[in-house]
Each structure stands twice: as C-alpha cells, then as structure tokens.
Design a protein around this ligand. Structure first.
Ligand SMILES: [Zn+2]
Length: 83
C-alpha cells in the first residue's frame, strides 16, 4: 500500500505528530486525510506517493514539481507556503 505524507495546514493548530509532517499508509483509492488522526487539525497531503523519494528535501522537490502545496518552516513554530 502506498504511503502518503501529510502536514498540518496551520502550525498554530497542530500537535507533535502533524506539526512537521507525518506519513499515513492508505489503500489505493482511499480518500486523502483531511484531519490529523491525533488532534483533528486540518492537514494537507503534500505528495502522492512516498515511493517517489526518501529524503525530505527530495520529497519537497518532487512535490513541488508535481504541483503539490508544501509548507516550509520559516522560524520556530511558524510556517509559510513555500510554493
Ligand atoms: Zn495533529
């Protein structure tokens, strides 16, 4: 089953799990998560398939190429849309 990567939409409303990014294993065709399973904060899927790459940098790069929204950490606890 593919692994998907999610991040909290709003770092101010996130828990330790979703503040950075977390992975969720889902069946093909299963709808994307919209809430963090831990705290219920809104999350976004940042890439479609973890098999595209291993490193965070590579994931971000490939996510960008694929047109996915990504967040980048700009300072302690603050995030902004990287692209
Ligand atoms: Zn959370």
């Amino acid at each position: 089953m593919p692994t998907y990567v999610y991040e909290a939409k709003d770092a101010a409303k996130s828990c330790n799990r979703c503040r950075g990014s977390f992975e969720a294993v889902q069946k093909i065709g299963e709808p994307a998560l919209s809430k963090c399973p831990e705290c219920g904060a809104d999350v976004i899927r940042v890439i479609q398939a973890a098999s595209l790459g291993r490193s965070k940098t590579d994931l971000m790069y490939r996510a960008k190429r694929a047109g996915f929204s990504c967040l980048k950490k700009v300072s302690n606890g603050e995030y902004e849309k990287a692209f």
